[in-house]
Write a protein that binds this ligand. Structure first.
Ligand code: ADP
Ligand code: ASP
Ligand code: MG
Length: 816
């Protein structure tokens, strides 16, 4: 024999019922079966809403009841031939009439006791089970409905009644003795007390009814048919990567359901566990999927944790005070007062000092609990031995569960370091005595992120997801986006990195796609979200609250640079080619490094100097290996190098500058390059990386521009001014040619002093032959005293800058 239970969504439409029919027909070929059903779709929720409307004197309950009636009649009409419909429609209308009388009573009496409440909500299962009976009878023989209230006997704790197993089991076996039906159909969730009054078994209780029948009948298997393909390692609505668990022990399933895995109602496991009856969770809408087998065999030797579950809407209640230390019986009184008032405690933590006890309860119980506890301890509170109860809300409990946890070290280490590096604050922690779970409380705003990063840490250890947000989609930004998109498959395959571009922004708009921007549609979508204020994009990133978020600054904006600190404080890594932050005052630079360390985020800016060339990394490696940098000589401006290489006796200086700008070799504002400011920022950053706390003002800038040209009030005006100074630039060039030298803009650092300026470089100098937009840096160090360590290569251009940013991003991915 078998018991099959079908959930609400499996009865929500005629099409779904057709699927049930096929499954049931197939099973009934092999053996007798009992089919237990929930109310159709969300009927129980609707019935509760009807009660509340009637109770509040809102006569909309009548219209809503009509909608419910229509829902059932529609199923009937779609599922049955016309000839069979009349009697079934009459039955539905008859039941809805009874419902209306009950609701009218609530309306007029303005009272709905738990007893009335159960009577009303039982109609959900009464309707669905009898409707299914009538539909199945159409083409299957030997189908019979049985009222669960005649079998499951409970106490009178309405809405959450407790089952009397002696009477119930005897009722079931007695009934089955004379039951010849091949298929017996029953409503789940409903039961009756000794006065034959309707009771219910708690929300989600149909699973429990099915387990009670399965245990009493000692069937081979209990099948729970629902709308997902098994018990997933985490709620599949929140964790897209979660997969169904193939096999799991009763205890593990019990813990997961206790902590919120809704797919199975917690009390369900106990009756079948005692009889060693396996539970199979199956998907009505994908019957061929394997599903989950719950049995006494966890079969997960290699899997330390089996799943993660969570309960939202939790409140944390703290009782503390010096009077608690060593006083006997405080916890006993606390638990008793809550237990006696049916308040369920989901989690308990007590500091070993016994100075405080923290408990978690459903938010809906928190005010009642607060009152009860304050009253219970009013003497101690008035003597200031205990402080009045503190209640915190908007919290969620998350639990990780696995039989193997106790024999594996490091589970909590992985758990808490994952949460820490994602800036998720933990409000309370408890470990079950069985060591089968670790549960903890976090702010509800962090739930999705927490579930995803824990899931990634334990179940997708081989793949790390990076969520990238790019500010600035000009030349370099657009190149970076296309490089990341193009390499996405390769990064997954070769580096186990899933790099998703989740958001892009320019100074006016941003576009976010939670699932990742995979093509060029960002261009047309970019105008979807206006940037209303300076923080719009950052706020959107914070609200998304994704694990391993990386913000990439591809702008030259001071406002964007000013956002790094707050991003890092949220554990959002920052990658920047924008040099403003690192060349701001020394304290800012230091603070950002400190914040990155403190919040376990990365702050990387290799492209601040030499675009994609590994210059900053070289300095960092020298310093961390104990070397000391004594001198730096460098051509650090790809744009100036390009300009002076292109500038000949035949060309005009301002036209060459324009060309450099058009080809993306200059800063958006070319004055930053030509004034020497950009080079000064770069050498400053190198000096700081070498461990020297220099300020920008300390760098001597031997500007090469004619006086007045920097006073231009716009880029256009600047071009105009330098256009008029052609003779000045020609004179510089002629002087260089006459001396058989070349013009190079050189940055140097020696004897603690830094300067930038134009120099006449002689033929024998290593800088003389520096081509195109190349950069060169010579480091003299304690280890490289005679011959410097030289890094040379293309130091400007969208492609190489984008690939430098790319390298920084994947470096974050490979950090643990
Ligand atoms: P039914 O009506 O069939 O009893 P429920 O709605 O009670 O179905 O339970 C199934 C739902 O439980 C799924 O649709 C899913 O949204 C939710 N759920 C929460 N956690 C999990 C989990 N870990 N695995 C599978 N489903 C889960
Ligand atoms: N229909 C009831 C509810 O919605 C019982 C169940 O679905 O298991 O809670
Ligand atoms: Mg359910």
């Amino acid at each position: 024999m078998k018991v099959l239970k079908f959930g609400g969504s499996s009865l929500a439409s005629a099409a779904a019922i057709k699927l049930i029919s096929a499954i049931v027909k197939q099973e009934a070929k092999q053996q007798n079966i009992w089919v237990v059903v929930s109310a159709s779709g969300k009927t129980t929720d609707t019935l509760l809403q009807l009660i509340s409307l009637a109770l509040n004197k809102d006569d909309n309950y009548l219209a809503e009841l009509k909608v419910l009636e229509k829902h059932h009649i529609n199923i009937c009409k779609e599922a049955l031939p016309i000839a069979s419909q009349t009697s079934v429609i009459a039955f539905i209308k008859g039941e809805c009439n009874k419902l209306q009388q009950l609701l009218d009573a609530v309306y007029w009496l303005e009272d709905a006791s738990p007893k009335t409440h159960d009577k009303i909500i039982s109609f959900g299962e009464l309707l669905s089970a009898q409707l299914l009976e009538k539909i199945l009878q159409e083409d299957i023989e030997s189908v019979q409905y049985k009222d669960s209230r005649a079998l499951i006997h409970t106490n009178s704790q309405f809405t959450n009644a407790k089952v009397d197993f002696n009477i119930t089991n005897s009722n079931i076996t007695k009934f089955q003795k004379n039951n010849n039906a091949r298929i017996t159909i029953l409503g789940g969730f409903i039961s009756a007390n000794k006065h034959r009054k309707t009771t219910t078994l708690g929300r989600g209780g149909s699973d429990y009814s099915a387990a009670i029948y399965a245990a009493a009948l000692q069937v081979n298997v209990l099948e729970i048919w629902t709308d997902v393909s098994g018990l997933y390692a985490a709620n599949p609505n929140l964790v897209k990567q979660a997969k169904p668990i193939a096999t799991i022990s009763y205890e593990e399933a019990m813990e997961l359901s206790h902590f919120g895995a809704k797919v199975i109602y917690p009390p369900t496991i106990k009756p079948v566990l005692e009889q060693n009856i396996p539970i199979k969770i199956k998907n009505t809408f994908e019957a061929e999927a394997e599903g989950t087998l719950i049995s006494n065999n966890s079969n997960g030797k290699r899997q330390t944790i089996k799943g993660i579950s969570h309960i939202e809407d939790i409140a944390l209640i703290t009782l503390e005070g010096i009077g608690m230390v060593g006083i006997h019986g405080i916890s006993k009184r606390l638990f008793e007062i809550l237990g006696n008032n049916h308040i369920n405690i989901v989690l308990i933590t007590q500091a070993s000092s016994e100075h405080s006890i923290c408990i978690s309860v459903a938010s809906t119980d928190s005010q009642k609990a607060k009152k009860l506890i304050n009253t219970e301890f009013k003497n101690e509170i008035s003597e200031q031995l205990i402080q009045p109860v503190i209640v915190e809300s908007d919290l969620t409990i998350i639990a990780i569960v696995g039989d193997q946890m106790k024999s594996h070290q490091g589970v909590s280490g992985t758990l808490f370091s994952t949460l820490g590096s994602n800036n998720i604050n933990i409000r309370a922690i408890a470990q079950g005595a069985s060591e089968r779970n670790i549960s903890f409380v976090v702010n509800t705003t962090n739930v999705k992120k927490a579930l995803n990063c824990i899931h990634a840490a334990f179940f997708e250890a081989h793949i790390k997801e990076l969520n990238v947000f790019i500010a600035g989609v000009g030349n370099v930004g657009a190149k970076l986006i296309s490089q990341l998109q193009q390499q996405q498959a390769y990064l997954k395959e070769a580096l186990n990195l899933n790099v998703k571009i989740v958001g892009v922004a320019n100074s006016k708009q941003y576009y976010i796609n939670k699932n990742g921007i995979e093509n060029t549609d960002w261009k047309s979508n970019l105008n979807k979200q206006k940037i209303n204020n300076d923080t719009s994009f950052y706020d959107a990133i914070a609200v998304l609250n994704k694990q391993n978020s990386v913000f990439v600054d591809v702008t030259a904006s001071e406002a964007v640079a000013n956002s790094y600190a707050s991003l890092l404080r949220k554990s959002i890594s920052v990658v920047a080619c924008n040099k403003i932050a690192c060349s701001a005052d020394y304290n800012t630079y230091k603070e950002l490094k400190y914040l990155a360390k403190k919040y376990k985020a990365s702050f990387l800016y290799e492209t601040n100097v030499g675009a994609g060339l590994p210059i900053i990394k070289t300095v960092q490696n020298l310093i961390s290996s104990g070397d000391k940098i004594t001198e730096i000589q460098a051509v650090l401006s790809g744009s100036l190098n390009f300009i002076f290489n292109e500038y000949t006796t035949e060309s005009d200086f301002y036209k060459v500058v324009k060309k450099a700008q058009d080809e993306g070799y200059t800063e958006p504002d070319p004055r930053i390059d030509l004034s020497g400011k950009d080079v000064a920022r770069k050498i400053l950053i190198l000096i700081r990386e070498a461990g020297i706390p220099l300020e920008f003002e300390a760098i001597e800038n031997k500007s090469m521009l004619p006086k007045g040209s920097l006073e231009a009030n716009s880029v256009a005006n600047f071009y105009d001014l330098i256009g008029r100074e052609e003779a000045y630039f020609k004179a510089l060039l002629t002087e260089a040619n006459n001396k058989e030298t070349r013009l190079k803009y050189v940055a140097s650092f020696k004897n603690g002093k830094a300067s930038v300026g134009l120099q006449f470089i002689a033929k024998n100098h290593p800088f003389y032959n520096l081509e195109g937009k190349d950069n060169i840096v010579s480091f003299y160090t304690n280890r490289y005293q005679e011959q410097p360590l030289i890094v040379k290569g293309a130091g400007a251009g969208a492609d190489v800058t984008a690939s430098g940013l790319f390298a920084d991003i994947i470096q974050i991915g490979s950090a643990s």
